[in-house]
Write a new protein. Structure first.
Length: 153
């Protein structure tokens, strides 16, 4: 499959931009013919939140860049570049009572592949590649829909 650059956006490193980025990425992918963008929304939300929370991008004046790449209309990649940090992101173990720390595990589970690369001036790009063909309902979603039908009956 041929890689096709679909778009790049730069946002301030502030939490209010996360839902804006989510909508922009979904619109770009849908406009390019991708049919299922649910995973894209989740992935970009997690990567943006991490960039804002854990890197210099989240400090006053920081920026986060988001690139969207397509491979045909069945696969896409989102790249989030931040202003850098002293650490690199890695999935961590969390228990049932933790209210945070699951983001990269989710990205890892729904991506076909993901990774990171250091750029000059301390910047870091975290990327994830994923299918945009069909959404398989998570067991909780399926149960929720069944429960909704049962209650509504």
């Amino acid at each position: 499959m041929t890689e096709r650059f679909l778009g790049e956006m730069v946002f301030p490193g502030e939490t209010w931009v996360v839902p804006v980025v989510r909508r922009c990425v979904a619109a770009i992918l849908l406009g390019a013919g991708h049919r299922d963008v649910d995973n894209a929304r989740l992935i970009v939300s997690e990567l943006m939140s991490n960039a804002i929370q854990h890197t210099a991008s989240g400090r006053g004046g920081g920026l986060v860049a988001v690139d969207v790449v397509g491979f045909g209309t069945d696969v896409a990649r989102i790249e989030v570049t931040d202003d850098g940090a002293r650490t690199i992101p890695c999935p961590r173990a969390s228990d049932d009572l933790d209210s945070r720390g699951r983001g990269l595990r989710l990205v890892e589970q729904i991506s076909t592949t993901w990774g990171m690369r250091r750029l000059g001036a301390g910047h870091l790009t975290v990327w994830a590649q994923f299918a945009t063909v069909t959404h398989t309902a998570h067991p909780c979603e399926a149960a929720g829909h069944a429960l909704t039908r049962e209650i509504g009956a």
